[in-house]
Design a protein around this ligand. Structure first.
Ligand code: TUI
Length: 317
């Protein structure tokens, strides 16, 4: 099996993080992933502090293993959510959509590891100076809010730029992706879209169906003019966003169109007019399975690829 320094840092069996996904990765999915030997992560998005506290307490009921909470730094509740996390105490905090530098000392004093998502080498270096425990280098293949660089390009450059462990994310859905990430120098991987189709994921069934049905070119990035580009499965809503872009409409119109759309998709199952955030790897996801099986197949697949590649090197090809 594959163990890396990330396993020791986080006290997990496999170097696999389940991406924190708002309205999708609740205590149920996160605890299932942690029970299976990865690191499950509760997604908080714009959720209010009481919801976050409730989810942390539930996850602690469901598992004794370490789990994480993802904090979306654009949330209006960031300060209150951080306060809840400090009160409750969690093993790991991952962050998205910003620079979490100012929260690092308090979280670490409480024993929490801090692992931000970085879309660039510059932010990775800045956050290493702020003493973060590791970084997640997330490529634009990912679902949801994304940066500009691909995983293939971003990961090796971040690996060369920092000494802390680097976790590769974006476009990883099976053992081949894990082996590729390790080849790029990553110490582990984070996967979101594949875990949406875990049996334990409580997202609306129509979202799982949309991912299972998706082909390679079925996602699209909208919202670039707002400064917050988002990748979703193509539907009537993404076409409306594209129309706003074509007509160069002001940012406020994008914001208005986006209100409540993530919840509409993930909770109510509105896959036509909701934001069905998913990564480009959706085209590779073809089955609903328990989280444990997803992780076991992922790791077995990676070992198999690495064995085959080792053999090729031995044959001098
Ligand atoms: O955060 C994500 N993905 C997300 S968050 C989300 S919830 C949402 N809801 C409505 C609108 C937008 C989002 C859905 N998906 N991934 C991590 C991520 N972080 N991707 C890119 C970044 C990022 C971008 C800029 C991280 C840091 C950053 O820094 C800018 C700075 O302050 O230097």
């Amino acid at each position: 099996m594959i163990r890396t320094k990330l396993c020791d840092l986080l006290g997990i069996e496999y170097p696999v993080l389940q991406g924190g996904m708002a309205w999708v990765s609740d205590a149920r999915l996160a605890s299932a992933v942690s029970e299976a030997g990865g690191l499950g992560i509760i997604g908080t998005g714009h959720a209010p502090p009481d919801f976050v506290r409730d989810q942390i307490r539930k996850a602690k009921e469901y598992t004794d293993k370490p789990f994480g909470v993802n904090v979306m730094l654009l949330s209006p509740f960031v300060e209150e959510v951080m306060k809840v996390i400090l009160e409750e105490g969690v093993a790991v905090v991952t962050t998205g959509a910003g620079n979490p530098g100012k929260y690092v000392p308090a979280l670490q004093a409480r024993g929490t590891k801090v692992i931000p998502v970085v879309p660039s080498v510059a932010l990775a270096k800045r956050l290493e100076r702020a003493k973060v425990d590791a970084v997640i280098a997330e490529g634009m293949e990912s679902g949801g809010h994304i940066g500009e660089l691909t995983t293939m390009v971003l990961v090796p450059q971040v690996v060369d730029a920092v000494k802390v462990p680097v976790i590769a994310a974006g476009g990883i859905g099976d053992g081949r992706g894990v082996a590729a990430a390790l080849a790029l120098g990553a110490s582990g991987i984070q996967m979101g879209t594949r875990f949406v189709c875990a049996e334990e994921c409580t997202v609306h069934a129509r979202v799982k169906e949309a991912i299972l049905k998706a082909k390679d070119r079925d996602t699209v990035v909208t919202g670039r003019p707002t400064g917050h580009p988002v990748r979703c499965i193509k539907n009537k809503l993404t076409r409306q966003f594209e129309e706003l872009e074509a007509r160069c409409r002001p940012v406020e119109e994008f914001e208005k169109l986006g209100i409540g759309r993530l919840r509409a998709a993930m909770v109510e199952g509105d896959t036509e007019y909701g934001s069905v955030m998913a990564g480009q790897i959706a085209g590779l996801v073809s089955e609903i399975k328990p989280a444990k099986l997803i992780i076991e197949e992922l790791m077995a697949g990676a070992v198999e690829v690495m064995r085959r590649l080792g053999g090729m090197a031995g044959e001098g090809r």
